[in-house]
Unconditional design. Structure first.
Length: 413
């Protein structure tokens, strides 16, 4: 039992119950929430049924990210104020509502409304499940397993995307590109029900007092802004992640340019998720192989950038597909390495709010970068990939992150 927590029999029993119940349940919730059946047909959904240009797809994504940016800290504070399980339950309900608004009519206004609802859902989940999971491990004196367990949680996200896109491609080809979005409402509604079965992990020996919403928001925000390592790592992650995010929206146009039929898009999307799961499952070995966390982050950024540079010029399908897998595997999962370290730097009562602050920085970076990538992509997919790939290869040269920033760390009192 963690010495910072009460060692009373009731506290020990509660910690053990939370560990047994929360870990598998959070894995299942993360999988269902990210079962994006619509992922395999995103670009055709927007461009064919919705009638949008590719640049407008990026603008819509920027709107979603802007909403997420504005909602990130308030919804993170909801998790700290009402409890993480209620935040997750509300997120499931908002996601179900957003899915149905999305398919109600192919219009920009409806799409924008749906994106707002989905932004509420995603920000209610952002940081809440990770915070509850970390506190569960801490209460059971299992903090040393944080990187591995949080990696599995991220792998569950990718598993959900994987299963969803495999099924979604077939559903879209059979019943139309709106059907996957309609079906997505079912697993997220189940998420709302399952979340109520979670146990809030004990964080101290005393019964916690409920502080005001405004106080939690101010304290969490102040902690983030005054913590130099958190700020540095969040900024470094935000820049690379915003650029890497482009591959999510550009890989399907690349497959279309290569002549791949729509029904196979799901297989490629699923393969990209499996590649990310493989990266996360081997993260400890990769860190050892690279020699340090810092070196792994540098190498993975350059590898992802190089893959996008090749995708900018190559249109031979047998080579394009593996390059897409590499670009996904070595870019997007890097968030987990940072997040696992963020948790060790944040006190329990501020964890969800501060993690939301870090996520907020990443979101704002995407809001800024996405419209520029979309504008470029309207003119040339290859040019957009080339610019993104070049920047990813160059960014490590200017990074101020050092190995000491990624090691150690204590939880503040």
């Amino acid at each position: 039992m963690n010495p910072a927590l009460s060692t009373s029999p009731d506290a020990v029993l509660r910690a053990e119950r939370a560990l047994r119940r929360n870990v598998p349940l959070l894995y299942l919730i993360r999988t269902l929430f990210w079962a994006h059946f619509f992922g395999a047909v995103m670009v055709p959904f927007f461009t064919q049924w919705g009638g949008l240009k590719l640049s407008q797809v990026f603008y819509l994504n920027a709107w979603f990210m802007l909403c997420s940016f504005l909602l990130e800290v308030p919804t993170g504070t909801v998790a700290d104020f009402l409890g993480r399980k209620f935040s997750l339950a509300l997120g499931g309900l908002f996601a179900a509502a957003g899915a149905w608004v999305y398919v109600s009519e192919p219009s920009w206004i409806r799409f924008a409304m749906a994106e707002f609802l989905l932004a509420v859902a995603f920000t209610l989940h952002s940081g809440a499940d990770e915070a509850l999971l970390f506190d569960t491990l801490k209460a059971a004196d299992q903090e040393s397993a944080a990187v591995r367990v949080l990696g599995r949680l991220e792998a569950c996200k990718l598993l959900g995307i994987n299963l969803g896109t495999l099924a979604g491609a077939w559903i879209g080809a059979t019943w139309g590109v709106t059907a996957p979005m309609k079906i997505y409402s079912l697993p997220v509604f189940l998420v709302a029900l399952l979340s109520l079965g979670l146990i809030e992990a004990p964080t101290s020996g005393e019964k916690p007092t409920r502080r005001s919403y405004a106080k939690i928001l101010m304290e969490g925000g102040r902690y983030f802004l005054t913590h130099p390592v958190l700020r540095l790592l969040s900024l470094d992650l935000a820049v690379t992640n915003a650029l890497a995010w482009a591959i999510i929206w550009l890989f399907q146009p690349v497959l279309q340019a290569c002549g791949m039929p729509l029904q196979y898009f799901g297989m490629v999307h699923a393969g990209s998720c499996l590649a990310q799961i493989l990266f996360l499952s081997q993260v400890d070995r990769l860190i050892a192989l690279a020699g340090s966390r810092r070196r792994l982050l540098v190498v993975s950024t350059v590898v992802a950038g190089s893959a996008m540079l090749l995708l900018a010029w190559i249109r031979w399908l047998p080579l394009v597909v593996p390059l897409i897998f590499i670009a996904f595997a070595f870019s997007l999962p890097r968030v987990t390495i940072y997040t696992a370290h963020f948790n060790t730097l944040i006190p329990s009562d501020k964890r969800a709010t501060v993690l939301s602050c870090a996520s907020m920085v990443r979101t704002l970076a995407i809001v800024v970068v996405s419209p520029m990538v979309g504008w470029t992509a309207d003119r040339s997919i290859g040019l957009a990939l080339g610019i993104v790939g070049t920047l990813l290869c160059l960014i490590p040269l200017g990074s101020r992150v050092e190995e000491r920033h990624l090691e150690g760390g204590t939880v503040a009192a």
